[in-house]
Design a protein around this ligand. Structure first.
Ligand SMILES: Cc1ncc(COP(=O)(O)O)c(C=O)c1O
Length: 490
């Protein structure tokens, strides 16, 4: 047992000898499942110290348990709970997995299931927007992290707004790469874009506020907004992005306070918000005092021409809060994202961050700042951009070769996924289900639909796997194509 301490209620000076009390106490723990078959128990010396009894008392308790078959002792390896428990125990304790924990006795509110999104291990993942963790500059990151860990202040309480060095590095990066003039005081470092959205919603919107979202969009953001108490209002979009005229009508009719959108590579359709609509949205926000939550999640991966500037870069009215992430630049598992915008709004979000999570991993933040300051992160993006472009071409070629006619798509200028139209007589949902059974995870249009209805689209990501794996994934996808139906299933 590697526990810090073992406590058993002992009645000292009571009628039952201490050794017997200890033996009964431990047998009870084994019977209840708290101590599992095969679990290591403390040495008799340590047990005696933990329970403040004489060593001989501990030895006597163990001898009694061993005689009854509850525990086994190997001279060299130590003392363990028996893998074959006595009959009296096995009658009450089913062998195998731990008995289920009792269900909560209090009333539980409904909650979305975050695990539903994870495919089984070993599945090839053509999932939109998942970068390849094998490409991460691990050695450079590890060196920087090691250096950061040596500084005591990184292991203590620190700035809840994020390490000042990282905020300064992000401020410089946003200026250079996104034309965004935001000072370090206007940046809050968060654990991913996910936390940035959750904090913005909690800190800046009253409970029950109406928030407009793209009718085809990013469910994880919707759930964060909902869990913060927002009421979501879906607004349609087309090949020019969000329908801003329709948004304007809804703003008035439904007292909308905020809009969440992905204007650069719209998620999931990959289209860009048209220039006229961008200006109209900023003007609407200024006039109606809307909060615009701009999720700029994968602008770094743009292959043709320059990436479009974010809305925030031409937001004279300070309506936009920019949500950024290093999940694509470095790795999603690092959980580094940020919120950037008007310092008074950022201060509100920082207060919420403080009482929710106190602060981030300051050593990691300092390490990532170092990679940004030295240009390592930027070089990594340059290198991987070429890799991802190659993968996009590999995916497009494999799809054209194996699924011409069944899937049609336009290669988007950026991002990490293709948005593919599924031919009318094929069900995207059925196809995705069969593909998963064949070992490749893809996302059908329904997953992105606010109304939860089927859509004739598949989103196919090309970030996670190399070109050989992508071809294998497409082979599996083609093999899993469902039979065509007479009626068109949408
Ligand atoms: C639309 C969108 N926003 C944000 C993110 C990044 O989220 P996070 O920074 O929480 O990893 C993703 C990742 O898939 C995304 O698709």
């Amino acid at each position: 047992m590697r526990a810090w301490h073992l406590t058993l209620p002992l009645e000292r000076g009571g009628p039952a000898p201490l050794a017997a009390q200890i033996a009964r106490g431990l047998a009870g723990r084994i019977r209840s499942g708290a101590l599992r078959p095969g679990a290591r128990l403390p040495s008799s010396r340590l047990l005696a110290r933990m329970l403040e009894v004489h060593r001989n008392t501990a030895l006597a308790a163990y001898a009694e348990l061993a005689a009854e078959g509850w525990i086994t002792t190997h001279r060299a390896r130590g003392t363990f709970v028996s893998r074959e428990l006595p009959v009296v125990a096995t009658r009450r304790l089913a062998p195998g997995p731990r008995p289920p924990a009792p269900r909560a006795h209090f009333e539980l509110p409904p909650a979305p299931d975050p695990r539903a999104a994870l495919p089984p291990p070993g599945t090839l993942q053509l999932l939109g927007g998942v970068p390849d963790p094998r490409l991460v500059p691990v050695a450079a990151l590890a060196r920087a992290y090691r250096r950061a860990l040596r500084r005591a202040e990184h292991l203590s309480y620190g700035d809840p707004q994020g390490h000042p060095r990282l905020r300064a590095a992000l401020s410089a990066l946003l200026g250079e790469a996104r034309g965004l003039a935001v000072a370090p005081e206007g940046i809050l470092v968060t654990r991913g874009a996910q936390m940035a959205l959750a904090l913005a919603a909690r800190a800046l919107l009253p409970p029950g506020a109406a928030v407009a979202v793209e009718a085809l969009g990013y469910r994880a953001a919707w759930e964060a907004l909902r869990l913060a108490g927002a009421r979501l209002v879906p607004v349609p979009l087309d090949e020019r992005g969000l329908d801003v005229e329709e948004l304007a009508r809804r703003v008035r009719a439904e007292r909308i306070r905020a809009v969440y959108l992905t204007p650069h590579h719209q998620y999931p359709t990959t289209v860009a918000l048209a220039p006229g609509r961008r200006l109209a949205l900023l003007e609407l926000a200024r006039r109606e005092r809307l909060l615009v939550l701009e999720d700029d999640y994968d602008n770094e991966f743009h292959y043709q021409g320059r990436p479009l500037a974010p809305l925030a870069s031409s937001d004279a009215g300070a309506s936009v809060l920019y949500v950024g992430t290093l999940s694509k630049v470095l790795a999603p598992g690092l959980r580094i994202g940020f919120l950037a915008g008007a310092p008074d709004a950022i201060a509100r979000a920082t207060a919420h961050r403080y009482f929710l999570d106190r602060q981030g991993d300051l050593a990691l933040e300092a390490a990532v700042a170092e990679l940004l300051e030295e240009g390592e992160a930027q070089r990594h993006v340059w290198r991987t951009r070429r890799v991802y472009l190659g993968r996009r071409q590999a995916l497009a070629a494999a799809l054209r070769g194996a699924l011409e006619g069944a899937l049609s798509f336009r290669e988007p200028p950026g991002g990490m996924a293709l948005w593919c139209r599924v031919e009318g007589s094929l069900s995207a949902d059925l196809w995705a289900g069969r593909a998963l059974a064949a070992g490749v995870a893809v996302q059908p249009g329904r997953l992105f639909a606010f109304d939860g209805r089927a859509r004739p689209w598949l989103r196919l990501g090309f970030g996670r796997h190399d070109e050989r794996e992508i071809r294998e994934a497409v082979r599996r996808l083609a093999g899993a194509m469902p039979p065509r139906s007479g009626s068109s299933r949408r």
